[in-house]
Design a protein around this ligand. Structure first.
Ligand SMILES: *Cc1c(COP(=O)(O)O)cnc(C)c1O
Length: 333
């Protein structure tokens, strides 16, 4: 087992379910569509960051950390899951939240994920828009060290090779589920933001010699930057796994066109996709990541990108708490 040598803390409810979406598949009239329910990882309302935190929190423990520090936007799902992991481990937690999304709805700053951050007992440092995030993070780390604390700093989205191991594990889990049911999966489609999820999946499928292709729908409105991140973390993760030959860059497919004007800014296509998944399948997506990824999936199906005999899996990476920061956007009907 390629992952056996890496310390890991069990945080997620695994394996997450792999379920068919028959009404959505029929509605779109294209390939068969399944959903991999990583929104059901269990930790404090779940999401994809929990898998990464299994490896990151184990590293923190092994380094004798007494404080976890991480960074994200005000409605960051990563930050919320990190606060929960720290609470569960009995560690203190500092969260650097950047006001990066020009979405002015009062709920955005108090509801959803940020409400949960406070509930989980984390210390929240709210940065005004335009603040140098890296600099703020380093200042907080330095201040903690000068107080005699031993902080462990997790990067944005938990996206480094250690965090990506969580998605190497997910690639293996999916292959095993598919194998056990005699399913052949052609594509795995998901939202890609800080790159660690896609990098782990690509590195994992490469190690397994799997034919599953990963399509990352980018949600940052900066496809070039995210492509570079995915490729860099994929290469470094393959190296960490002891793979002589990393996967070629071409297999890291980042698809642009569904992010809208900026990260976190809602789009009409996203709203339609969130409603469709809710009304056809009772499946709750989110406005920032999975709603935009589903909008991409729907559009790719309509463009004829997949044939009717193919099977595609939508990786539900979580994020539903973020819906509550966008209440007004979903109200007018
Ligand atoms: C963080 C996040 C993603 C993107 O994962 P990355 O590893 O950052 O690319 C997708 N969906 C949700 C809900 C997230 O919180």
């Amino acid at each position: 087992m390629v992952l056996a040598k890496f310390p890991r803390l069990p945080l997620a409810h695994l394996p997450t379910p792999l379920e068919p979406l028959p009404r959505l598949s029929a509605h779109l009239g294209g390939p068969r569509i399944l959903v991999k329910r990583d929104d059901c990882t269990g930790l404090a309302l779940g999401g994809n960051k929990t898998r990464k935190l299994e490896f990151l929190m184990a590293e923190a423990r092994d380094q004798g950390a007494d404080t976890i520090v991480t960074i994200g936007g005000v409605q960051s799902n990563h930050v919320r899951q990190t606060a929960a992991a720290a609470a569960q481990a009995g560690l203190s937690c500092h969260l650097v939240l950047a006001r990066a999304v020009p979405w002015d709805e009062p709920a955005y700053e108090i509801s959803g994920n940020v409400q949960l951050d406070h509930l989980l007992g984390a210390q929240v440092h709210l940065l005004p828009g335009g603040t140098d995030r890296g600099g703020a993070l380093r200042r907080i780390e330095k201040a903690l060290r000068s107080q005699g604390r031993n902080p462990y700093v997790i990067p944005t989205g938990g996206s480094n090779p250690t965090g990506a191991l969580g998605y190497v594990a997910c690639a293996m889990e999916l292959e095993e589920q598919a194998g056990a049911r005699g399913e052949k999966i052609d594509y795995l489609i998901h939202a890609t933001g800080s790159g660690g999820t896609q990098a782990g999946l690509v590195a994992g499928f490469h190690v397994l010699g799997s034919q599953i292709q990963t399509l990352g729908i980018e949600i940052t409105a900066d496809a070039e930057d995210i492509s570079t991140k995915v490729q860099t973390i994929t290469r470094d993760t393959a190296r960490l796994l002891g793979q002589g030959k990393p996967p070629p860059n071409e297999v890291s497919q980042v698809i642009a066109g569904y992010a809208g004007s900026a990260y976190g800014m809602p789009t009409e296509q996203m709203r339609a996709a969130v409603r469709l998944a809710a009304r056809l399948e009772g499946l709750i997506l989110d406005p920032v990541y999975t709603g935009k990824a589903m909008a991409g999936l729907i559009d790719l199906v309509r463009q004829g990108r997949f044939s009717a005999d193919q099977t595609i899996v939508f990786l539900h990476t979580g994020g539903a708490p973020g819906l509550f920061g966008y209440t007004s956007y979903f109200q007018d009907e």
